[in-house]
Design a protein around this ligand. Structure first.
Ligand SMILES: NC(=O)c1ccc[n+]([C@@H]2O[C@H](COP(=O)([O-])OP(=O)(O)OC[C@H]3O[C@@H](n4cnc5c(N)ncnc54)[C@H](O)[C@@H]3O)[C@@H](O)[C@H]2O)c1
Length: 353
């Protein structure tokens, strides 16, 4: 058996106690990397890491630290690879209402992480970006977004604007100008275990599964026509890629931004139907009118990904991903089970950022 490139190497995951971060930690442990996590637990939690079998040793392989604070740059010293996943994240309603806060938080985090990479000569820095960098006007259910279409118009949120500027900072001041190899990875809408399922922070797949499990006899409410779609990708398809980001021929990281989605625009009504089929509940979908449905659709053109990573497994279909996620959710009731108060306040957002 060949040894993985990261086996035995010190690897840091910022935001590692979060949704994608905890799955990445799980995948890194599986290939024998020596993993450390920094997280301020604003959204992530130690229990996410315990859930994937990470043995937390406080202030040794786990640091509860705020990366907005330049003092905490010191925690980034001595790593072979840093995955920068820490960010202020939420659904579209949060992104639209809290733009300044998100922009400020994420700018500070990214500036501190990038400065540390230069200061400590970190060999590999992998930065999580988002499909929110693409202009709103380019989003379409039919035309796949290409990596070079960022900067070709206005994006929808300051969250997306910050991600795009962070990419630019890496390209202008790190790539080719320092001893750090920096890679930019853009994710479309990620779903799967350990993403938030309750309350306003829940994105659409998560919120619909939670609603169906909490109210198995009530028609499943979808806000809007359900025709608006997104490109949904299962979390392990993202983290397996991140762990295997080095190109097989050269063992180098990609120098251009690379996105990953499923390449398919799935309307929310289809997501709802797959959930009902998986749970076999015998209820219908109820469409609740909303004044603004947001973007009609969005999907990735995966040509760049496919040309670089054809050796990786294909992404799960949405049907299979939902099935696997529901199996996990059924075994993890506390993630979605609503208290009496939550049942009254329950809100589901029709589309996710
Ligand atoms: N989930 C998606 O669909 C998606 C899509 C595109 C891009 N991304 C990006 O992927 C990354 C991970 O996202 P996620 O969905 O796992 O979100 P998440 O909120 O679960 O994870 C982010 C983690 O960062 C931590 N964090 C936030 N502020 C911090 C700070 N100041 N200092 C230290 N830690 C801090 C949070 O506690 C959380 O654990 C983010 O950069 C996000 O922008 C996510």
């Amino acid at each position: 058996m060949t040894t993985h490139y990261l086996s035995g190497k010190p690897v840091l995951v910022t935001g590692g106690a979060g949704f994608i971060g905890s799955q990445l930690v799980s995948d890194l442990l599986a290939i024998g990397a020596d993993v450390t996590v920094i997280d301020n637990e604003s959204r992530g939690s130690k229990s996410n890491l315990e859930d994937v079998g990470f043995e937390i040793k406080d202030n040794q392989n786990y640091f509860n630290a705020d990366l907005r604070d330049p003092e905490n740059q010191k925690y980034l010293q001595g790593f072979h690879t840093v995955y920068n996943l820490a960010a202020d994240v939420g659904g579209i309603a949060y992104a639209l209402s809290q733009g300044i806060k998100i922009w400020k938080n994420n700018t500070l985090i990214d500036a501190n992480v990038f400065e540390s990479a230069l200061k400590y000569k970190i060999p590999n820095l992998i930065h999580a970006s988002s499909s929110c960098v693409y202009p709103l006007a380019r989003s379409s259910a039919h035309r796949g977004l290409k990596e070079n279409q960022a900067w070709q118009g206005e994006m929808h949120t300051l969250y997306g604007a910050e991600k795009l500027l962070s990419e630019k900072a890496l390209q202008m001041h790190v790539q080719g100008k320092s001893s750090t190899n920096a890679a930019i990875v853009r994710f479309h809408n990620v779903y799967g275990p350990r993403s938030i399922m309750k309350g306003k922070g829940a994105q659409v797949v998560q919120a619909l599964i939670s609603r169906a499990l909490n109210h198995p006899t009530r028609d499943l409410e979808v806000w809007g026509s359900g025709r608006q779609g997104r490109d949904f990708i299962y979390v392990s398809d993202i983290t397996n890629w991140l762990v295997n980001l080095w190109l097989p021929e050269t063992n180098q990281l990609p120098t251009e931004p690379v996105q990953r989605g499923s390449g398919i625009n799935t309307p929310i009504r289809n997501v709802a139907q797959h959930i009902l089929d998986s749970l076999d509940l015998g209820i219908d979908i109820e469409y609740v009118p909303v004044p603004d449905e947001g973007e009609k659709g969005r999907k990735a053109d995966n040509a760049r990904f496919n040309s670089l990573y054809s050796h990786l497994p294909e992404a799960l279909t949405i049907e299979e991903g939902i099935r696997q996620y529901i199996d996990w959710a059924i075994a993890h009731e506390s993630w979605w089970q609503e208290t009496k108060v939550e049942k009254v306040k329950e809100q589901v957002f029709p589309a996710a950022a």
